[in-house]
Design a protein around this ligand. Structure first.
Ligand code: 09M
Length: 413
């Protein structure tokens, strides 16, 4: 694959920091006396040790020496222990074909501050002003907030209860005319962003058949697929193969997140894919946040060390069971109160129910005024429209937090 075709001007201009180079030399040659690195002396840090208890009775412990490492600067790509775990998880769940490629083209990963941070770096790497970017419509509002200010042309691709529709994607590409874009000189799209599982806002999960069709279209039109999959571990049924699992070329950049399974506040996720892409993202990380918290990365990798793959799998099963019960409750109360008034498809995972209000052209006012008067907060479908100002008969309902009683009350209102 010609990776450089996808790299934006900003990303192509990023260079290795000279400070980081000296760090690498020191790491590889511990006998060298380094007067180069601006590392603060941990003897001056107030924290000495830590012990974090888990719900299942384990303890993640940091003694004085561990604490010095945990509180110090570390590699931009991520701590070696967490990166080892990322690789292990990808071998188990995705077995990426690009792992068999040579190192300079093959699989690698970079730890990010959640997938939000990973995604914005991916978009900065791929998008030049005036570019045309394909996205699920409706689309996660957080993604729209990233790409809208990037002076690019957002091209909506229709979705249904199984997510992105291959026919809609094909039709956009087959009928592409430069005048469709706000910059007539700009090229056919090179980037497709999609949420394959338990979509936000629609809750939709793509079938394997669909993913294969979409991947084949991406090959035909030489697209990069940005696979945003934070709900991967919240699928109630056996997950189908990911785009990364299908990717024989290196054209899939995958964003994962620990937010829904470990903690959203710890801010840990990672971006994975072919080295020529991930290496650009590591340079971005060097220039922006340096790295995500060393302490938090160690906290997570040490819990994973104790759990092992089996313990992690048991934990994700519990998480799935919890959200499945919440989904069932939400469906129960929605069926009780909204049958005949609304339409919905039962989500196969995740946290969102996408409800269409029959006979309502746009839910925005209804939600902002009437629902709020009844003390119920919801998000109107229009918040997720790729084309701003498009009305929507839908609303996004999150069932992650509300109790049965709250669900009953809110839907009845
Ligand atoms: N609402 C998300 N989605 C959300 C939301 C959120 C505060 C986050 C998709 O934690 P991260 O960075 O791994 O997750 C980012 C992310 C990426 N991609 C598809 C997501 O759904 C998180 C945070 C308040 C409200 C929020 O409503 O949907």
């Amino acid at each position: 694959m010609n990776f450089s075709r996808f790299i934006s001007r900003v990303s192509a201009a990023r260079k290795e920091s000279p400070i980081r180079e000296t760090t690498q030399i020191k790491l590889q040659n511990p006998e060298v006396i380094s007067l180069a690195g601006g590392y603060p002396n941990p003897a001056m840090f107030p924290f000495q040790s830590a012990e974090i208890k888990t719900r299942d009775g384990l303890k993640v412990q940091f003694n004085e020496q561990d604490m010095k490492t945990a509180l110090q600067y570390s590699a931009s790509q991520g701590t070696p222990d967490l990166l080892k775990w990322v690789k292990k998880l990808h071998v188990k769940y995705h077995n990426p074909p690009i792992m068999k490629m040579e190192e300079k083209e093959g699989f690698t990963a970079c730890v990010s501050c959640g997938s939000q941070d990973g995604l914005i770096k991916v978009f900065e790497m791929l998008i030049n002003p005036g570019d045309n970017v394909l996205l699920d419509d409706p689309c996660y509002a957080g993604t729209l907030a990233m790409v809208k200010p990037m002076d690019c042309n957002l091209i909506p691709v229709s979705t249904d209860h199984h997510g992105l529709q291959p026919n809609s994607l094909l039709s956009v590409l087959e009928n592409w005319k430069p005048e469709n874009s706000h910059d007539p000189k700009s090229d056919i799209p090179r980037v497709l962003y999609t949420i394959p599982n338990c979509g936000n806002p629609t809750g939709a999960t793509q079938t394997l058949e669909r993913k294969k069709e979409i991947y084949a279209i991406a090959q035909k039109y030489d697209l990069v697929i940005v696979e945003d999959d934070p709900y991967y571990f919240l699928q109630f049924n056996t997950p189908s193969l990911s785009y990364q699992a299908l990717d024989v070329d290196g054209r899939v950049i995958r964003c994962d997140s620990m937010s829904k399974v470990m903690s959203s506040g710890l801010r840990i996720g990672w971006i994975s894919g072919a080295y020529p892409f991930i290496q650009r993202l590591i340079l971005h990380q060097q220039a922006s946040i340096l790295h995500t918290s060393t302490f938090v990365q160690m906290m997570i990798s040490r819990l994973l060390d104790q759990w092992g793959l089996e313990g992690f799998e048991n934990h994700t099963k519990n998480v799935q069971k919890f959200y499945k019960e919440r989904r069932d409750a939400m469906i129960k109360y929605t069926t009780k109160w909204l049958t005949g008034l609304a339409e919905w498809t039962e989500p196969e995972g995740g946290m969102f129910l996408w409800i269409k209000l029959v006979g309502v052209d746009d839910t925005t006012l209804l939600i902002k005024k009437k629902a709020l008067e009844k003390k119920v907060l919801l998000l109107p479908g229009s918040a997720f429209s790729v084309v701003e100002g498009t009305s929507s008969s839908f609303c996004r309902v999150s069932y992650s937090f509300a109790t049965d009683e709250e669900m009953d009350d809110s839907v009845c209102d």
